[in-house]
Design a protein around this ligand. Structure first.
Ligand code: ADP
Length: 162
């Protein structure tokens, strides 16, 4: 039987409990999950790409999951990894239009690539990396939204929570 290999791409700047929830649920569906951390230079990320990879690895590990960084066209990376499935998370209405456009574009670039959307769980509907960065930069506590590795990373940056 062919192994189902899926790519979960994103900026993960930083990883949140919402992302980890999607990783765990994806592992219930596929045989191998490759979390692909996009360098996203154009988004001017807060954390270096290597740090974003490490923060995920510190937060959650599974024998069937690996975390790598990538740059360039997603469908090319998917092909290089021998995968056909792209996992994306979908929160309420906010993500739909952007995610839909990307899935259609990727499908046009490579017909064999299928995007699989997992709905954000109720408790993580409003969790986003952007909100977490904002709260942390204002000195608020982010413990509810992110793993301990990320709380520590913010503290190391001088964003102490109250
Ligand atoms: P990108 O910059 O590619 O949008 P993100 O790191 O923001 O990367 O998100 C990666 C994927 O995870 C996207 O599909 C996004 O919709 C999804 N995601 C982000 N936060 C959550 C959450 N709280 N629950 C479920 N999915 C989420």
């Amino acid at each position: 039987m062919t192994r189902r290999i899926a790519i979960y791409p994103g900026s993960f700047d930083p990883v949140t409990m919402g992302h980890i929830d999607i990783m765990k649920r994806a592992l219930g569906i596929v045989d191998q999950l490759i979390v692909a951390v996009a360098k996203s230079k154009n988004k001017n990320p807060l954390f270096e790409c290597d740090t974003r990879v490490t923060l995920i690895q510190q937060a959650f590990q599974d024998d069937r999951m690996k975390v790598v960084s990538f740059d360039g066209l997603l469908v090319r990376f998917v092909r290089e990894q021998g995968a056909h499935i792209v996992i994306r998370g979908l929160r309420a209405v906010s993500d739909f239009e952007h995610e839909f456009k990307m899935a259609v574009a990727n499908g046009k670039l490579d017909k064999s690539v299928e995007t699989l959307f997992l709905m954000a769980s109720e408790s993580h509907q409003f969790t986003s990396s952007q909100i977490v960065r904002e709260i942390a930069s204002l000195g608020g506590t982010v413990e509810e939204f992110v793993p301990q590795s990320v709380v520590k990373a913010f503290e190391d940056m001088g964003h102490s929570s109250s």
